[in-house]
Design a protein around this ligand. Structure first.
Ligand SMILES: NC(=O)c1ccc[n+]([C@@H]2O[C@H](COP(=O)([O-])OP(=O)(O)OC[C@H]3O[C@@H](n4cnc5c(N)ncnc54)[C@H](O)[C@@H]3O)[C@@H](O)[C@H]2O)c1
Length: 383
């Protein structure tokens, strides 16, 4: 048995995603289980090097988790040949520049989405990385969630027949920051800092729809800034210059139509924060992050419209839960495992910077659609 170490520069670990999902729930969780099993008795041991702007915060995280290395000097870390992978979970606006420096230093790249602030920047990164011959991956965590993996199982098993439509609800109330602290960072509400729910969520809907049902070929979107003034982390009021809701219609190759509402200004009356309903000729499903319920054509009741009588039907009880049938694991960790295998074993990996660019493209065209009040075709991207 051989143990190989992979040193990973992690930038943005003081943030919500970088710390909780990528450091604690992914790389540290992998170490807790003895490293990543590469097969043949070999094990990969991830060694995070924490990079950021605040030395104290980095040292505090390192001490909490028994890690040795922190640095506020990204260039010095990138100049270290023993560091093989650069990971980025910074606030979006800081990302493209850092990724470019990492490519120039010959590092393999793994990054949160969106990969850049616009499509030109995202394509530029994908080209640079390809030309440099480094391996690259973009976080597309939603398809690794248990609920969506059950949905994929249904698609692969032919459960739906012909898929007709997808309707999605995503969102929750993000507090304004006055009488209760906001649970999202203030840069999310500033366009100049890469904020906005369209830039945040349409990249997710792009790969979810693409992987499950087919590429998005056209988008019609309407964005809104429902809460125009908020209070930041230091208690100062600021104007929200970015959208906090986007109502989108996505046409899919194959003919299905998806309609997804995304909002940080909506109160939850759902089973989960994300729900996707899929209706097909042979059956329907409603998937959340964890659960997935189905109704087959053979068990579909026949409601009759009669507004004169209160309905006695318990519609939600007419659905059947899809069983787990396997252990799913944390979605972020599952994708990290696939990416690290790709880096050290060369196994195939399709969630790369070109896939990331498709997400940035859909967000950009969604914003264009809303600004111009029209349907916008989504051309297929090539490098
Ligand atoms: N995959 C997902 O489901 C998911 C969910 C939320 C956020 N994200 C993405 O992850 C990234 C980080 O989001 P987050 O919610 O963790 O943000 P956050 O504000 O909690 O963390 C941002 C991190 O970037 C650092 N940073 C570096 N330069 C910065 C700058 N100029 N301004 C502000 N912070 C800066 C901060 O110190 C911090 O470590 C974003 O790109 C976001 O789009 C992905």
């Amino acid at each position: 048995m051989a143990r190989r170490t992979v040193r990973i520069a992690m930038n943005g670990v003081t943030g919500r995603m970088g710390y909780r999902q990528h450091l604690v729930r992914s790389l540290l969780a992998l170490r807790e289980q003895g490293g990543l099993d590469l097969g043949g008795g070999d094990v990969l041991w991830p060694e995070p090097v924490l990079v950021g702007r605040r030395a104290d915060a980095l040292r505090e995280i390192a001490a909490r988790h028994g890690l040795a290395e922190t640095s506020t000097d990204l260039d010095a870390v990138l100049a270290d040949d023993s560091v093989e992978v650069y990971f980025d979970a910074q606030a979006t606006a800081a990302r493209p520049e850092a990724l470019k420096r990492a490519v120039a230093a010959g590092k393999h790249l793994y990054t949160e989405k969106p990969t850049a602030l616009d499509l030109a920047g995202a394509l530029d990164l994908a080209r640079l990385a390809d030309r440099a011959g480094v391996r690259h991956g973009v976080v597309q965590d939603k398809i690794f969630l248990p609920g969506l993996r059950k949905l994929k199982r249904l698609v692969d098993g032919g459960f739906f027949g012909r898929v007709l439509s997808v309707r999605g609800e995503f969102g929750y109330w993000v507090f304004e920051g006055d009488w209760q602290q906001a649970q999202r960072p203030s840069w999310n509400y500033r366009a100049g800092d890469g904020g906005g729910i369209t830039a945040d969520m349409l990249p997710h809907w792009e790969y979810v729809l693409h992987e499950l049902f087919g590429r998005v070929t056209a988008v019609t979107a309407r964005t809104a800034t429902h809460v125009p003034r908020r209070i930041d982390e230091r208690g100062r009021p600021y104007d929200a210059t970015a959208d906090d809701a986007v109502y989108g219609i996505f046409e899919l190759r194959g003919g299905a139509v998806a309609q997804i509402n995304s909002s940080w200004a909506v109160r939850v009356h759902r089973e989960e924060l994300l729900e996707l309903q899929v209706d097909g000729t042979h059956g329907s499903a409603v998937a959340g992050l964890h659960g997935c319920r189905i109704q087959h054509r053979a068990t579909t009741p026949k409601p009759v419209w009669n507004p004169d009588l209160p309905t006695g039907d318990r519609f939600r009880e007419q659905w059947q839960e899809v069983p787990d049938n396997e252990e799913f694991g944390n979605a972020f960790m599952v994708q990290w495992e696939a990416f690290l295998r790709h880096v050290v074993l060369g196994t195939p990996y399709r969630w790369d910077l070109l896939a990331g660019a498709r997400g940035v493209q859909l967000a950009e065209l969604g914003l264009l659609s809303s600004a111009e009040g029209r349907r916008v075709e989504v051309p297929e991207l090539v490098l």
